[in-house]
Design a protein around this ligand. Structure first.
Ligand code: XUL
Ligand code: CO
Length: 449
């Protein structure tokens, strides 16, 4: 089957025209209840169009697959595109809905897992073929609309075969099954000119050490990632390969805990020049870090790749994946992105979901548009932080002595510990503490908001 389904693109949303930029003076009317106040995609921010600084993506899984279920309740959304037909026909209908939402929001990118886009079939080969069929439809829709693929990924965690992990499974057949899925999605991503390929270690972790050989599992994971990188080069895929760190959930302990852990893992397997990270706000929080910490560390280590935008809940210790709505937090994150040189080949992917009671398809429009506008506003705040330069100046001042002959010689290895000690004693140095001025800098940040 290579035809789009005959199903008429029903008006899944009450919006028909794309959400427009109207500026901060926008007053909602019955005809136009929603507009962008800050997301002016052609506005130049630090020399680049806002759209190119942010590179927004709508994700397939939460928006079109999510059904509102939680551990205590079944589906609440009851989407018209979830029921009533042959699974492959339904997948094509879902693609219609997806591209309709991309049009309404004007998001330039999307992201998907193989199982979001196409249904699993009776055999591995058929499942992989299903995805390639849907990819044919994606290819045509992308060509017609100009929407691009930020990244593809394989779902190696939902099916029960993966309950003990994919690459880290005690059974090598599971490893092979996962390899076949990843090869297929990597090739599809390549065909669709995806800018990245993501590996989130869905169940690569453990529940109890009583049944786990951690040394073996880590070696398996390293081997798997090396196979993926080899295949990327073999097929000539020029996108970035990204690992998405997360400390826990679904397993008690996930191996790709945070940026620091992933970097050590990449080094150990000779992949630190090949693989970068896709950072998610809620995952950072679960690891006991701020989002900006993870971004700054990834930049410092040279492995920053892309962002999954969402937010956690201060009261709840799990991955609530809510749409971001905190200006100061998002500005702090985007400031670190800009300080590191910008989003590059990555983007801002809304890995965020509606609450169980938000059952109208229109809620998807409100959620994304509100968060896109918030991110745009945060980008303007981050731009002010960069342009004003006062923060950067303070940091430069704070470390300036490292640029004097004493500092440089230490770093360049010109002194042994003994020589340093002798010199320090002979000179009778007596370092004087200086204020780090945190409150003054926080005052400055408030003034940018
Ligand atoms: C899970 C998560 C995933 C990845 C892609 O917490 O964030 O959706 O982004 O597999
Ligand atoms: Co994610």
């Amino acid at each position: 089957m290579t035809q789009d389904p005959a199903s008429t693109p029903a008006p899944y949303f009450s919006f028909s025209k794309p959400i427009a930029f109207r500026g901060t003076g926008f007053v909602p009317t019955a005809d136009e209840p929603l507009a962008y106040r800050y997301y002016d995609k052609n506005r130049l921010v630090l020399g680049k169009r806002m759209e190119d600084q942010l590179r927004f993506a709508t994700c397939y899984w939460h928006s079109f697959v999510g059904n509102g279920s939680d551990p205590f309740g079944d589906a609440s959304f009851l989407r018209p595109w979830h029921t009533g037909g042959d699974p492959l026909q339904m997948a094509l209908r879902k693609a219609d809905v997806a591209f309709e939402l991309f049009r309404l929001l004007d998001t330039p990118f999307f992201t998907f897992h193989d199982r979001d886009a196409a249904p699993e079939a009776a055999t591995l080969a058929e499942s992989n073929a299903h995805l390639r069929l849907v990819a044919d439809v994606f290819e045509r829709k992308m060509e017609a609309t100009g929407v691009r693929l930020l990244w593809g990924t394989a779902n190696l965690f939902s099916h029960r075969r993966y309950m003990a992990g994919a690459a880290t499974n005690p059974d090598p057949e599971v490893f092979s099954y996962a390899a076949a899925q990843v090869k297929n999605v990597l090739e599809v991503t390549h065909r669709l000119q995806g800018h990245n390929y993501v590996l989130w270690g869905g169940r690569e972790g453990y529940e109890t050490l009583l049944n786990t050989d951690m040394k073996r599992e880590l070696a398996q994971l390293g081997r798997f990632l090396n196979l993926v990188v080899e295949h990327k080069h073999k097929i000539g895929f020029t996108g970035q390969i990204l690992i998405e760190p997360k400390p826990a959930e679904p397993t008690k302990h996930q191996y790709d805990y945070d940026v620091g852990t992933v970097y050590g893992f990449l080094k150990a397997h000779g992949l630190d020049k090949e693989v970068k990270v896709n950072l998610e706000q809620n995952h950072a929080l679960l690891a006991g870090h701020t989002f900006e910490h993870e971004i700054a560390l990834a930049n410092a280590l040279g492995i920053f790749g892309s962002l999954d935008m969402n937010r956690g809940d201060e009261m709840l210790g799990w991955d609530t994946d809510q749409f971001p709505n905190n200006l100061q937090q998002v500005a702090a994150a985007l400031y670190e992105v800009l300080r590191g040189g910008g989003i590059g080949q990555g983007g801002l992917n809304f890995d965020a979901k509606l609450r169980r009671q938000s059952i109208d398809p229109d809620d998807l429009v409100w959620a994304h548009a509100t968060s896109m506008d918030l991110c745009a506003r945060a980008l303007l705040v981050a731009e002010k932080m960069v342009l004003d330069g006062a923060l950067q100046q303070h940091v430069a001042q704070r470390y300036r002595a490292w640029d004097t002959p004493r500092g440089r010689t230490i770093l360049e290895g010109g002194h042994s510990l003994e020589a340093l000690a002798l010199e320090a004693e002979a000179e009778g140095i007596d370092p004087q503490p200086r204020s780090a001025r945190q409150e003054r800098l926080e005052h400055l940040v408030s003034s940018y908001l």
